[in-house]
Design a protein around this ligand. Structure first.
Ligand code: ASP
Length: 323
C-alpha cells in the first residue's frame, strides 16, 4: 500500500514536470550575464535574447551579475532551479576559471546543462588615445621599459580580458599592474578617461571606439583580419607569431533542466542565430553566429571539458591563480 503511494506520487511528479516542460515558457526567462551592463558579453546576450523572446513568446530579461571574473553569475545559474527560467550566457572564461580558481563553488561540467554555442568573438588590444606607443612593436618596448607605471584593465580573474592580458604578459615576460572591474564596460570608461592605460577586449565592445578614433588599437586576436576593422592587423601580423584566441560564448541552464525545455531554448537560440537582423548586428561588431553544426547542446557538452583540459596546463605554466 505504502509502496503504491510512493509509485503514484513519483508518477504524479514526473507527469507534472513533463506537463510544465510541454507548456514552457509561461513567464519571462532571466538570462544571467556575469558581467556589467553595456559590455561585450552583455551586448551579445541582449542581441540574442531579443530575438529569442520572439521565438519563445516570452520576454528574455537580461540580469547583469558581475564580479569575480564572471564566477558570481555562473554560480547563480548553477544553483538555480532547473525549470528553464534562469539561463546563463558566458564565454571561454568558464573554462579558464576551472583552473584559475582553487575554490570554485560550482562545477561547470556537473552543475550546468548545455544549450548551445553562440558566437566566437575576436579580441582587440586597445589603449587610451594618449598612450605613447603607436604600434605593437612600440607597445612591447614601452611596456617593458615602463612596467612600474603602466596599468592594464580587465574584468577580473577568469574574464576573457584577463586571459588575453595573461597571454600577452607571459609572451613578453613582463607583468604590469592589473586593475579589475565588474566588466569591461566600466573598464572602457576608465580607459577613455585615462585612469588606466590599456586592455584587451572583445570586438563587441571595442569596434565603435576603434572606428570613432577614440582609442588606439594594436591588433586583433583572430587568425585573419576582421571585415569591420580592415585596417587593424592581426596579432600575428603585428609581430606576435601564433597569438590567436577566439572568445567563444555558450548558453547553459542549470543541471537537470528537462530535455524538452533545453530543446525549446536551443531552437530559439538557432532562430536568433539564423536571423538576418542578428547577422548584420554581429558583423558590425566584428563577429558572426557560431556555425550551425556547432550549435547543438552535445557539441558544447563535449567542447567545455576539452577547453578546460586545453587551458589547464597554459594557466599552470603562467602560475596565475585566485581563491
Ligand atoms: N568581455 C569581458 C571580459 O571577459 C567582460 C564583459 O563582458 O564585460 O573580459
Amino acid at each position: 500500500m505504502k509502496f503504491n503511494k510512493i509509485v503514484l506520487a513519483s508518477f504524479a511528479f514526473a507527469f507534472s514536470s513533463f506537463a510544465s516542460a510541454q507548456a514552457y515558457p509561461t513567464k519571462p526567462i532571466t538570462m544571467i550575464v556575469p558581467f556589467a551592463a553595456g559590455g561585450p558579453t552583455d551586448t551579445v546576450a541582449r542581441t540574442v535574447g531579443a530575438i529569442m523572446s520572439k521565438s519563445l513568446g516570452q520576454t528574455v530579461l537580461i540580469e547583469n551579475a558581475g564580479g569575480a571574473g564572471g564566477n558570481i553569475g555562473i554560480e547563480k545559474v548553477a544553483k538555480a532551479s532547473p525549470d528553464g527560467y534562469n539561463i546563463l550566457l558566458m564565454h571561454i572564461g568558464i573554462s579558464t576559471s576551472a583552473s584559475l580558481y582553487r575554490n570554485l563553488r560550482y562545477s561547470a561540467v556537473n552543475d550546468l546543462e548545455p544549450i548551445g554555442l553562440v558566437t566566437t568573438v575576436p579580441m582587440t588590444m586597445i589603449a587610451n588615445k594618449d598612450f605613447p606607443p603607436n604600434n605593437m612593436k612600440e607597445m612591447i618596448a614601452y611596456v617593458k621599459a615602463n612596467k612600474d607605471k603602466v596599468s592594464y584593465a580587465n574584468a577580473g580573474v577568469g574574464a576573457a580580458s584577463h586571459l588575453c592580458g595573461m597571454l600577452f604578459m607571459s609572451a613578453i615576460q613582463t607583468d604590469v599592474l592589473t586593475v579589475p572591474y565588474k566588466g569591461t564596460a566600466p573598464a572602457m570608461t576608465d580607459l577613455l578617461g585615462g585612469q588606466v592605460n590599456f586592455m584587451c577586449d572583445q570586438s563587441t565592445n571595442t569596434t565603435s571606439q576603434i572606428k570613432g578614433g577614440k582609442v588606439k588599437v594594436y591588433g586583433v586576436t583572430s587568425k585573419v583580419r576582421v571585415a569591420s576593422l580592415p585596417d587593424v592587423p592581426t596579432m600575428d601580423e603585428a609581430g606576435f607569431k601564433g597569438f590567436e584566441v577566439g572568445i567563444w560564448h555558450g548558453m547553459w541552464a542549470p543541471k537537470a533542466t528537462p530535455k524538452p525545455i533545453i530543446d525549446k531554448l536551443n531552437a530559439a537560440l538557432n532562430d536568433a542565430l539564423n536571423s538576418d537582423d542578428l547577422k548584420k548586428k554581429f558583423a558590425d561588431l566584428g563577429t558572426a553566429p557560431e556555425p550551425v553544426e556547432r550549435r547543438k547542446p552535445d557539441v558544447l557538452r563535449a567542447f567545455l571539458p576539452a577547453e578546460i583540459a586545453k587551458w589547464g596546463p597554459i594557466i599552470k605554466q603562467a602560475g596565475v591563480y585566485a581563491d
